[in-house]
Design a protein around this ligand. Structure first.
Ligand code: ZN
Ligand code: ZN
Length: 205
Protein backbone atom coordinates (compact mmCIF):
# COMPACT_ATOMS: atom_id res chain seq x y z
CA UNK A 1 0.00 0.00 0.00
CA UNK A 2 2.83 2.41 0.83
CA UNK A 3 4.28 2.04 -2.66
CA UNK A 4 0.79 2.53 -4.15
CA UNK A 5 0.51 5.75 -2.19
CA UNK A 6 3.97 6.94 -3.21
CA UNK A 7 3.26 6.21 -6.84
CA UNK A 8 -0.15 7.93 -6.75
CA UNK A 9 1.42 11.07 -5.28
CA UNK A 10 4.31 11.20 -7.73
CA UNK A 11 2.16 10.35 -10.75
CA UNK A 12 -0.39 13.06 -9.96
CA UNK A 13 2.31 15.66 -9.30
CA UNK A 14 4.12 14.79 -12.53
CA UNK A 15 0.94 14.81 -14.60
CA UNK A 16 -0.88 17.80 -13.13
CA UNK A 17 1.49 19.67 -10.82
CA UNK A 18 -0.96 18.99 -7.98
CA UNK A 19 -1.43 16.35 -5.28
CA UNK A 20 -4.09 13.66 -5.72
CA UNK A 21 -7.37 14.59 -4.03
CA UNK A 22 -7.78 13.74 -0.32
CA UNK A 23 -10.43 11.22 -1.40
CA UNK A 24 -7.95 9.44 -3.66
CA UNK A 25 -5.36 9.34 -0.91
CA UNK A 26 -7.90 7.92 1.54
CA UNK A 27 -9.04 5.33 -1.00
CA UNK A 28 -5.48 4.03 -1.14
CA UNK A 29 -4.45 4.28 2.49
CA UNK A 30 -7.69 4.52 4.48
CA UNK A 31 -7.17 5.20 8.19
CA UNK A 32 -3.48 4.46 7.73
CA UNK A 33 -2.94 7.61 5.66
CA UNK A 34 -1.10 9.68 8.33
CA UNK A 35 1.14 6.72 9.22
CA UNK A 36 1.80 5.92 5.57
CA UNK A 37 2.78 9.53 4.83
CA UNK A 38 5.08 9.49 7.86
CA UNK A 39 6.64 6.25 6.61
CA UNK A 40 7.28 7.81 3.19
CA UNK A 41 8.83 10.84 4.88
CA UNK A 42 11.01 8.61 7.07
CA UNK A 43 12.17 6.81 3.92
CA UNK A 44 13.01 10.24 2.41
CA UNK A 45 10.54 9.98 -0.44
CA UNK A 46 8.82 13.18 0.66
CA UNK A 47 8.78 15.90 3.30
CA UNK A 48 5.79 16.84 5.43
CA UNK A 49 4.66 20.16 6.90
CA UNK A 50 1.93 19.84 9.53
CA UNK A 51 1.16 16.34 8.29
CA UNK A 52 0.68 17.29 4.64
CA UNK A 53 3.10 16.83 1.76
CA UNK A 54 5.27 19.91 1.15
CA UNK A 55 7.87 18.22 -1.03
CA UNK A 56 7.88 15.06 -3.09
CA UNK A 57 11.19 15.78 -4.77
CA UNK A 58 11.51 17.27 -7.31
CA UNK A 59 7.90 18.46 -6.91
CA UNK A 60 6.64 20.89 -4.28
CA UNK A 61 3.05 21.64 -3.27
CA UNK A 62 3.71 25.27 -2.35
CA UNK A 63 6.15 27.85 -3.60
CA UNK A 64 9.82 27.33 -2.85
CA UNK A 65 10.65 30.21 -5.18
CA UNK A 66 10.52 28.32 -8.49
CA UNK A 67 7.78 27.93 -11.08
CA UNK A 68 8.24 25.36 -13.83
CA UNK A 69 5.86 25.80 -16.76
CA UNK A 70 5.52 23.48 -19.76
CA UNK A 71 3.11 23.99 -22.64
CA UNK A 72 0.24 22.55 -20.61
CA UNK A 73 1.33 22.10 -16.99
CA UNK A 74 2.53 24.29 -14.14
CA UNK A 75 4.64 22.85 -11.33
CA UNK A 76 6.28 24.22 -8.19
CA UNK A 77 9.95 23.26 -8.12
CA UNK A 78 11.29 22.45 -4.64
CA UNK A 79 14.61 24.26 -5.21
CA UNK A 80 17.08 25.09 -8.00
CA UNK A 81 18.08 21.42 -8.31
CA UNK A 82 14.46 20.25 -8.28
CA UNK A 83 13.21 22.92 -10.70
CA UNK A 84 15.87 21.96 -13.24
CA UNK A 85 15.07 18.26 -12.69
CA UNK A 86 11.34 18.44 -13.47
CA UNK A 87 11.73 18.84 -17.27
CA UNK A 88 14.05 15.80 -17.28
CA UNK A 89 11.79 13.66 -15.11
CA UNK A 90 8.51 14.41 -16.86
CA UNK A 91 10.08 14.52 -20.31
CA UNK A 92 9.22 17.97 -21.58
CA UNK A 93 10.91 21.31 -21.97
CA UNK A 94 9.74 23.97 -19.51
CA UNK A 95 10.25 27.56 -18.46
CA UNK A 96 11.91 27.69 -15.04
CA UNK A 97 11.43 31.06 -13.37
CA UNK A 98 12.58 32.56 -10.08
CA UNK A 99 13.86 35.78 -8.53
CA UNK A 100 17.44 36.43 -7.47
CA UNK A 101 17.13 36.18 -3.66
CA UNK A 102 19.57 39.08 -3.21
CA UNK A 103 18.62 41.73 -5.81
CA UNK A 104 15.13 40.48 -6.77
CA UNK A 105 15.98 40.37 -10.49
CA UNK A 106 13.58 38.25 -12.55
CA UNK A 107 15.35 35.14 -13.84
CA UNK A 108 14.05 32.55 -16.31
CA UNK A 109 15.42 29.75 -18.47
CA UNK A 110 13.94 27.31 -20.92
CA UNK A 111 15.20 23.98 -19.59
CA UNK A 112 15.14 21.00 -21.91
CA UNK A 113 16.88 17.64 -22.06
CA UNK A 114 19.30 18.40 -24.87
CA UNK A 115 21.67 21.04 -23.50
CA UNK A 116 22.08 23.21 -20.40
CA UNK A 117 20.92 26.84 -20.48
CA UNK A 118 23.71 29.40 -20.66
CA UNK A 119 24.29 32.67 -18.86
CA UNK A 120 25.92 34.23 -15.81
CA UNK A 121 23.42 32.92 -13.24
CA UNK A 122 24.73 30.56 -10.59
CA UNK A 123 23.16 28.18 -8.11
CA UNK A 124 24.14 28.32 -4.46
CA UNK A 125 23.47 25.41 -2.07
CA UNK A 126 23.84 26.14 1.65
CA UNK A 127 23.58 22.75 3.36
CA UNK A 128 26.22 20.09 2.62
CA UNK A 129 25.14 16.67 1.37
CA UNK A 130 25.68 14.88 4.68
CA UNK A 131 23.18 17.20 6.41
CA UNK A 132 20.64 17.75 3.64
CA UNK A 133 18.01 15.54 5.29
CA UNK A 134 18.43 16.97 8.81
CA UNK A 135 15.78 19.53 7.77
CA UNK A 136 15.16 19.00 4.08
CA UNK A 137 12.65 21.85 3.80
CA UNK A 138 15.27 24.29 5.09
CA UNK A 139 17.78 22.66 2.73
CA UNK A 140 15.58 23.12 -0.35
CA UNK A 141 14.67 26.67 0.70
CA UNK A 142 18.38 27.44 0.54
CA UNK A 143 19.18 25.93 -2.85
CA UNK A 144 18.55 28.99 -4.99
CA UNK A 145 19.60 30.57 -8.27
CA UNK A 146 21.27 34.00 -8.22
CA UNK A 147 21.62 36.41 -11.13
CA UNK A 148 25.42 36.23 -10.87
CA UNK A 149 28.21 35.27 -8.48
CA UNK A 150 28.21 38.84 -7.15
CA UNK A 151 24.79 38.29 -5.54
CA UNK A 152 25.75 35.15 -3.62
CA UNK A 153 25.85 35.83 0.13
CA UNK A 154 29.10 35.40 2.03
CA UNK A 155 29.32 32.30 4.18
CA UNK A 156 29.12 28.53 3.88
CA UNK A 157 27.82 26.57 0.91
CA UNK A 158 28.79 25.70 -2.62
CA UNK A 159 28.25 27.36 -5.99
CA UNK A 160 27.35 25.64 -9.26
CA UNK A 161 27.27 27.13 -12.74
CA UNK A 162 24.15 26.50 -14.85
CA UNK A 163 25.71 23.65 -16.80
CA UNK A 164 26.70 21.78 -13.64
CA UNK A 165 23.28 22.33 -12.08
CA UNK A 166 21.63 21.03 -15.25
CA UNK A 167 23.83 17.91 -15.30
CA UNK A 168 23.19 17.30 -11.60
CA UNK A 169 19.45 17.58 -12.19
CA UNK A 170 19.40 15.57 -15.41
CA UNK A 171 19.27 12.00 -14.06
CA UNK A 172 19.20 12.34 -10.27
CA UNK A 173 15.46 11.52 -10.05
CA UNK A 174 15.41 8.81 -12.75
CA UNK A 175 12.96 6.03 -11.93
CA UNK A 176 10.96 7.97 -9.39
CA UNK A 177 7.75 7.74 -11.44
CA UNK A 178 8.04 3.95 -11.70
CA UNK A 179 6.82 1.26 -9.32
CA UNK A 180 9.47 -0.15 -7.04
CA UNK A 181 11.75 2.88 -7.13
CA UNK A 182 14.61 2.70 -4.67
CA UNK A 183 16.80 5.62 -3.67
CA UNK A 184 20.51 5.54 -4.51
CA UNK A 185 22.76 4.34 -1.71
CA UNK A 186 25.69 6.52 -0.61
CA UNK A 187 28.16 4.86 -2.97
CA UNK A 188 25.93 5.22 -6.03
CA UNK A 189 25.15 8.83 -5.07
CA UNK A 190 28.84 9.72 -4.88
CA UNK A 191 29.45 8.04 -8.20
CA UNK A 192 26.65 10.10 -9.73
CA UNK A 193 27.95 13.37 -8.27
CA UNK A 194 31.41 12.63 -9.59
CA UNK A 195 30.00 11.80 -13.04
CA UNK A 196 28.35 15.22 -13.33
CA UNK A 197 31.54 17.05 -12.43
CA UNK A 198 31.08 17.75 -8.73
CA UNK A 199 33.93 17.52 -6.25
CA UNK A 200 34.85 18.57 -2.73
CA UNK A 201 33.85 18.16 0.87
CA UNK A 202 30.36 19.61 0.31
CA UNK A 203 29.47 16.52 -1.74
CA UNK A 204 31.37 14.10 0.48
CA UNK A 205 33.94 13.60 -2.28
ZN1 ZN B 1 21.01 39.34 -8.06
ZN1 ZN C 1 15.22 20.48 -3.38
Amino acid sequence: MIEDLRLAIFTALARTGRMPSPETLREIAGDQLPDALRALAAARHLALENGTVALAHPFATRTFGFSVMSHDTLWWGGCAWDAFAIPHLVGTDALVATRCPTCDAALAWVVDRTAPPTGPAVAHFLVPLARMWDDVIHTCENQRLYCSAACIPDGPGTTLDLATLWRLASHWYDGRLERGYTRRDATAAKEYFRSVGLAGEFWGL
